[in-house]
Write a protein that binds this ligand. Structure first.
Ligand SMILES: Cc1cc2nc3c(=O)[nH]c(=O)nc-3n(C[C@H](O)[C@H](O)[C@H](O)COP(=O)(O)OP(=O)(O)OC[C@H]3O[C@@H](n4cnc5c(N)ncnc54)[C@H](O)[C@@H]3O)c2cc1C
Length: 446
């Protein structure tokens, strides 16, 4: 999608928003996910208020909520009914003393980030793109990069959702302890999230540099130093030629945090123009590089709001391995290079800090995520995934909940120690499985 098409769709969304109160309860046409690899099985109904969403929950036996449709698997799909809270996208309140912002759950990070910055605040991190909804991102443990940065759900300090009975439930980090920690990465299984309160901090400026061609040998020897070199570090590779084609380094413009940007970084050369992670693609949709200072929300993501992120026509998979296993796991994937590269657009390596959220892939362990952006060839990718997963499960790899994987539910149960408690927690809010779908039944509940 180019900028013009994006704007066309954006204006269409705006028009539909203006007329939506008239048609709020009329099912609309079937939708696909963002990547177009999945057609949702049910019609979508928008809600514009908590009361509308509560009525919908009360009047439907089974449903799922759709966020911004950026998952690559069927975690958001429903055979019955789909509800959208995308029009509920306001900032509810900003509390400078408590250092929190509360937003309606349908908002995308890129929609309220400029407001936060204007008010002097920032989030701790963002994913590679700002286009995704807060509820959709947090419920799937979506992450950015940075060995000291927890995934985006770790910023959630409280949230509200509608349970299966249609009642509003509030959970907070301070008051609900383990239930809260079990519910944040809820995989859409607990109810319809309506509001999310996020931790904020004083706003900060950043610089982003890209280096080209970091040799694999340097990576092996200096992985920890490379990861520790800045606030957020991403390594990109197509697994060929024993090198990482690009290293993206994002640093905060604060004393002690700034990256010195030498001409050479562990054998990689400082880029002299903006680059796309897939070097052949135009960098038009990428955030500014070359050390040009900018606010956190225009440097932490790789892709700019208002443009199509990534490549567009693609599939994605991602696996989190415990940090101590990272180098060996990455080398194991590298040995599969000749099987992987023909179907790959690009891979990305990112570090994420440990957290205490039950269903987060980084529960109680610092992780490194090994990501694959695939060509849209599911027959080939579906054959390749078990080969990669076989390697990565040796290193206790866990799949990203929103991306494509074939790991069995038995394996998932063995690597998510908190799964039995999570199932009990979900049943507390949804005893009859109103919010369960094929994905949840297959991977969690059956
Ligand atoms: C180009 C691209 C880049 C990406 N980059 C990253 C990245 O850098 N890091 C990363 O970790 N992931 C990344 N992802 C994956 C993606 O961000 C996540 O999978 C995220 O869940 C998408 O959010 P969404 O709102 O689009 O979710 P959807 O796909 O719409 O829904 C995901 C889940 O959230 C549930 N849900 C959504 N809204 C609500 C609600 N209000 N109440 C209850 N449940 C709800 C859905 O039912 C479903 O279970 C990327 C995806 C794409 C397409």
């Amino acid at each position: 999608m180019n900028k013009r098409t994006f704007l066309k769709l954006f204006s269409a969304a705006l028009v539909s928003r203006l007329i939506s109160p008239l048609f709020a309860w009329m099912p609309t046409v079937k939708l696909t996910n963002w990547a177009g690899n999945l057609e949702y099985s049910a019609a979508l109904t928008p809600a514009t208020s908590i009361d509308q969403a509560r009525d919908f929950v009360r009047n439907h036996a089974k449903l799922k909520v759709l966020g911004t449709r950026h998952c690559f698997n069927n975690i958001a799909d429903s055979m019955h009914d789909l509800l959208s809270l995308r029009q509920m996208d306001k900032v509810v309140s900003l509390d400078p003393q408590a250092r929190t912002v509360t937003v309606e759950s349908g908002t995308a990070y890129g929609q309220f980030a400029p407001y936060l910055h204007e008010k002097g605040f920032a989030l701790h991190n963002l994913a590679s793109l700002p286009h995704i909804s807060v509820a959709g991102a947090c419920t799937t443990a979506t992450h950015g990069s940075g060995e000291k940065n927890g995934n985006l759900s770790t910023a959630v300090s409280a949230f509200e959702f509608i349970n299966a009975a249609g009642d509003v439930v509030k959970l907070s980090r301070n008051q609900d302890g383990e239930s809260f920690r079990g519910a944040v990465v809820g995989l859409g299984a607990l109810g319809v999230i309506t509001k999310v309160t996020l931790d904020i901090q004083p706003t900060f400026m950043m610089k982003q540099y890209v280096y080209e061609n970091l040799p694999l040998d340097q990576f092996k020897e200096h992985f920890d130093a490379i990861e520790a070199s800045a606030y957020s570090v991403s390594l990109f590779t197509d697994w060929q030629n024993k090198r990482f084609s690009e290293v993206w380094i994002k640093s905060r413009l604060e004393p002690g945090h700034e990256f010195p940007a030498p001409k050479e970084f562990y054998g990689a050369k400082l880029a002299t123009k903006n680059l796309h992670p897939i070097a052949e693609l135009s960098a038009e949709n990428c955030t500014e590089q070359l050390g040009i200072p900018g606010p956190w929300f225009e440097r932490l993501p790789h892709f700019r709001m208002g443009f199509t992120p990534s490549a567009g026509k693609e599939l994605q998979s991602e696996f989190f391995v415990p940090r101590p296993n990272a180098v060996e796991a990455i080398l194991a994937v590298e040995r599969l290079r000749d099987q992987i590269t023909p179907y790959l657009l690009i891979s990305e390596i990112r570090a994420i800090a440990a957290d205490d959220l039950w269903m987060s892939p980084c529960y109680k362990q610092d992780c490194v995520a090994i990501h694959f952006t695939w060509k849209q060839d599911w027959p080939a990718v579906s054959k390749l995934l078990p080969v990669i997963e076989r390697e990565l499960t040796r290193f206790k790899g866990r799949p990203h909940w929103g991306k494509l994987f074939t790991i069995s539910s038995a394996t998932l149960k063995s690597i998510y120690g908190k799964m039995p408690e999570f199932i009990e927690l979900a049943k507390k809010y949804d005893p009859a499985g109103k919010f369960r779908n094929e994905f949840l039944n297959r991977n969690i509940f059956e």
